[in-house]
Design a protein around this ligand. Structure first.
Ligand code: ZN
Length: 231
């Protein structure tokens, strides 16, 4: 597999007379806890770019619908390409181009569930193919530790932005961290990715907490009544 510096398969970006790239593609990472509107923003961005005549692909991994689409908690949905470990994002774009499909950008939803190699491929798409990549995802897992792909995005992205839709902890403070809840208690050990259910009495669910209550494990007075659904 090609490394981050391998440009052998890439196309050289079109250049102006001064030698600078005519279009400076960028890798951008938008992050926040669950329920902060990441997928909504991803679809809005796709809509805005398509309105301007640009064409892109939408990818996702482990969407809450568990199907090849991006779904949002406020009811929007868009078909998407499921990212597997075997999928090379550069091949995805090259194959689309070979089929005559224009690809100006990629919208990568749930990017924290991608592999680190996928993030290297995103950087390659920007640097060698002149394709914009907009990645959306969680920064940290249920233990408040960075996902490997999120860490790589923080390291490589041209810009990183915390999504500014505030999610509140039960105490009213800003929600920052996703807690995994099982049997009514906060869980601190286990697999990094476990899909939570949407029903209140699910075996595993997720709840956004402020740092103070994530650290203390206090799920609040309505701990058994309010359920989250995302990994
Ligand atoms: Zn709190």
């Amino acid at each position: 597999m090609a490394g981050p510096g391998d440009t052998s398969a890439g196309c050289v970006a079109a250049r102006g007379v001064d030698g600078r790239p005519a279009h400076a593609a960028a890798l951008r990472f938008y992050w926040g806890p669950m329920d902060c509107g990441k997928s909504t923003m991803a679809l809005q961005m796709n809509y805005n770019h398509s309105r301007q005549g640009r064409r892109g692909l939408v990818t996702t991994r482990i969407d809450r619908s568990l199907g090849p689409q991006v779904t949002t908690r406020i009811g929007l949905a868009h078909e998407a390409i499921e990212v597997t470990d075997a999928l090379d994002l550069r091949t995805l774009v090259r194959d689309a181009w070979a089929d005559g499909v224009r690809v100006d950008y990629l919208i990568c939803d749930e990017a924290s569930f991608y592999s680190v190699e996928h993030v290297e491929q995103m950087a390659d798409l920007v640097d060698s193919y002149d394709v914009d990549v907009y990645a959306f995802g969680l920064a940290t897992d249920f233990r408040s530790c960075l996902f490997p792909a999120a860490q790589r995005l923080f390291e490589l992205a041209d810009s990183v932005a915390r999504i500014q839709v505030e999610v509140l902890c039960w105490c009213g403070r800003e929600g920052l961290l996703n807690a995994r809840v099982a049997g009514g208690r906060i869980v601190r050990e286990g697999e990094q990715v476990v899909i939570g259910d949407t029903v209140d009495d699910a075996d595993v669910r997720y709840q956004v907490l402020c740092r103070r209550h994530h650290r203390s494990g206090d799920l609040g007075p309505r701990a058994t009544a309010c359920a989250g659904s995302a990994a």
